[in-house]
Design a protein around this ligand. Structure first.
Ligand SMILES: NC(=O)C1=CN([C@@H]2O[C@H](COP(=O)(O)OP(=O)(O)OC[C@H]3O[C@@H](n4cnc5c(N)ncnc54)[C@H](O)[C@@H]3O)[C@@H](O)[C@H]2O)C=CC1
Ligand SMILES: CC/C=C\CC(=O)/C=C/C=C\C=C\C=C\[C@@H](O)[C@@H](O)C/C=C\CCC(=O)O
Length: 183
């Protein structure tokens, strides 16, 4: 991050995308999926914040549909992605956001054809079924671009599957507003 900041002076967009899946050797998974996402977000936040002389920016975290639902085959992976989702939307709710100029959002793709999916396939005997429901990476890119095109994306949780690319509405019961997209 420091190298990028030194070379380009200003970072406008930070994407915390790295992630992995291993329910057995699970502690490194927490470190990468959740801890690194929080670290990366905080570094970017500090650099971008108008309160520190920055000019604002966007932080987009790669979550998953498993950050929105529970799934018995991948409990640890789900826990890390629920953490990413909650951290991101909680940061977006911070009352300082107009002062910092930093917007937070996350994308929640369903199963996508990547090395991660292929490594999971090796552990089960359902390769064909997974292949049938998986989306191409280009579909995730479409969702990502949809966020970038919005001038105000703060708080967005974008669900992406074969048929849908739509914002999730979470109910902040009694504590705040439900997020709706603004252009
Ligand atoms: N493939 C899928 O079905 C889905 C993936 N995701 C999420 O998308 C993100 C990207 O995953 P994929 O492209 O599918 O997986 P992938 O395994 O194809 O790519 C993971 C990337 O993370 C990087 N990485 C791994 N460990 C790292 C470390 N310790 N430090 C820095 N970089 C590291 C790798 O170099 C690689 O570029 C992850 O956060 C994953 O949880 C979300 C929903 C569905
Ligand atoms: C699959 C691991 C890759 C990425 C993890 C991720 O971020 C999102 C995963 C989302 C869902 C994973 C579901 C996996 C399901 C499999 O174990 C099978 O149960 C699916 C089998 C058939 C599905 C057919 C259907 O119901 O349409």
């Amino acid at each position: 991050f420091q190298t990028a900041a030194d070379e380009s002076k200003q970072i406008d967009l930070m994407v915390n995308n790295a992630g992995t899946l291993n329910e057995y050797d699970w502690e490194p998974v927490v470190q990468l999926n959740l801890v690194a996402c929080v670290r990366g977000s905080k570094l970017a936040m500090k650099h971008m914040s108008k309160k520190n002389g920055g000019r604002g920016g966007r932080i987009i975290n790669t979550c998953s549909d498993l950050g929105l639902i529970d799934f018995h085959q991948l409990p640890l992976y789900c826990a890390t992605k629920h953490g990413v989702r909650s951290f991101t939307s909680s940061m977006a709710l911070h009352p300082d956001k107009e002062l910092t100029g930093v917007q937070f959002a996350c994308i929640c793709p369903s199963v996508t054809r990547t090395d991660l999916m292929r490594s999971y396939n090796e552990t089960i005997s359902m390769a064909e079924d997974l292949e049938a429901i998986a989306i191409p990476t280009s579909r995730v890119a479409e969702g990502f671009l949809k966020l970038l095109r919005m001038s105000r994306m703060n708080g967005a949780i974008l669900y992406i599957d074969k048929l849908k690319c739509e914002f999730c509405k979470l109910e902040y019961v009694g504590l705040g507003p439900v997020w709706t997209p603004q252009q």
